[in-house]
Design a protein around this ligand. Sequence first.
Ligand code: KIV
Length: 282
Amino acid sequence: MRVTIRDLRRMKRDGEKIPMITAYDYTSAQLVERAGIPLILVGDSLGQVVLGYDSTVPVTMDDMIHHIKTVVRGTERAHIVGDLPFLSYHTSVFDALRNAGRLLKEGGAQSVKLEGGQNQAPAVNRIVASGIPVMGHIGLTPQSVNQLGGYRVQGKSLKAAVQLMEDARALEEAGAYAIVLECVPAPLARMISERVAIPTIGIGAGVGCDGQVQVFHDLMGLYQDFTPKHARKYANLGDAIVSATSDYISDVQSDRFPTDKESYTLSRKVLDALSDHSASPV
Ligand code: KIV
């Protein structure tokens, strides 16, 4: 049985912090589940860290469904959140519902995430009313990078902070089961977390949130283009991969790979017969 949104609510009630990590493929999903992660986000950050785009804007519904399926296949217990990509829910409430439904029906996710607060409340309301749990996402909303003029901390002025509080309330009222707070000043994120009953999941929002989410490639030291201030490297897999690959290259070039142990052999009988055979022209 997978972790449910009821379990997440209970965790907030009991003061048990909620760890969430992104994953985009079968193998990494298997590994993070083995470590005991309860909540996995198949984020549209795959646009940068897997597909090599410079933002999440080009990511499509088909990209998301393709990757969600692999993560679902690699897990049994974790709750899988599928990210709705840019323009899959902005055009109408009907599109929002249809595309949210695709992430569950075709992808196999248990819930969806979308970016926005008050402005997306009608879509959240409609999706939730159809039986699909929705995680909100406010603060820095990367799909709006062109509008925001870059990846910056949000909610620093009084007006912007009040707006974020109202966004959080609007999402809760619309039925969202949790809210990601991205790049929000820590004291504001703590206040929001105290004022809503649903769990807040922070990324660059301080320790006062009910949970934390990080991008797999940032935690594992895999993404070389950029590391945000809020990320902590728990491993240096990027350097480990470069070093392992260069060992492999040099072993291949010097015949140290493969050895007999890594090769398949033939029986003496077949070998002898083959040698006789190859002695005469075919
Ligand atoms: O796509 C993503 O990885 C996200 C997280 C940064 C919350 O939305």
